[in-house]
Design a protein around this ligand. Sequence first.
Ligand SMILES: Nc1ncnc2c1ncn2[C@@H]1O[C@H](COP(=O)(O)OP(=O)(O)OP(=O)(O)O)[C@@H](O)[C@H]1O
Ligand SMILES: [Mg+2]
Length: 277
Amino acid sequence: MTTPTTTTTTTPATTTTTAEMTSHLPAVGARPTVTPGTTPGVAAGGRPAALELRNVVKEYPGHPPVRALDDVSVRIDHGELVAVVGPSGSGKSTLLNVMGTLDRPTSGVVSIDGADTSTLSDRRVAGVRARRIGFVFQQFFLLPGMTALDNVANGLLYQGVPPRDRRERSVVALQRVGLGHRLRHDSNHLSGGERQRVAIARALVHEPAFVLADEPTGNLDSKSTAAVMDLIGGLHDEGTTIVVITHDTAIAASLPRQVAVFDGRIESDSALEGATS
Ligand SMILES: Nc1ncnc2c1ncn2[C@@H]1O[C@H](COP(=O)(O)OP(=O)(O)OP(=O)(O)O)[C@@H](O)[C@H]1O
Ligand SMILES: [Mg+2]
């Protein structure tokens, strides 16, 4: 699979403010414990964060350079389901790419399960990414002309999993996303919602520490959007850690935590509201 290092979405800018976004949030029971000032990537209770960014800056070269992320610090614990929201160009995809080690930050620290990825070689980082992170993109990035099963099995290709195990695990992953009846379907012949579910199965097949989804419902109609969000909610219930970038304010509001990005900075984080420091 070819994984892009940047996304070129054409989603229009939203005019919804963070205040509007968060004003109608549902009451949330299980918010994460936030402990500012602790050792990077290590929770007070000892369990490392699934993912932690500390003072991350990302600049793209140019004249002048673009500071797409400006001193971003955020911690995501195991089992969380987090919405990342913000207007077009605010840095959401850049944030996801840096979280997912597709792109290195210009400065700052990205820790996965407590391990500082800046100290690792590109090869080691690629290994961490392959084993620990699942990606879902708006454009699906399925291989045309291949079956749903082969598309998912492809997600295990570079991990030394024997072919037979690859297929067995892929069948289980496709059943998990409700596509057990579409194993042999050519991905070209699947609906948009089904394609995205195949992409989610591919993201899950290696049992990653967390899943990063960039506008996973951006190309879907409302029915398929609801099905994919139901699936994401179900995966969260099973304990999967998931970060979802979305322009859809209703989707964001339905998730347990909202992180709002504006001009490369974290404008608000519902997990920090009311936290004691
Ligand atoms: N490879 C790149 N080179 C230079 N500038 C870039 C690059 N990728 C993104 N940018 C710039 O960085 C800023 C953040 O871009 P990013 O794609 O992260 O925004 P976004 O919030 O995901 O937007 P959208 O909602 O439209 O997808 C934008 O100003 C964009 O033009
Ligand atoms: Mg984007």
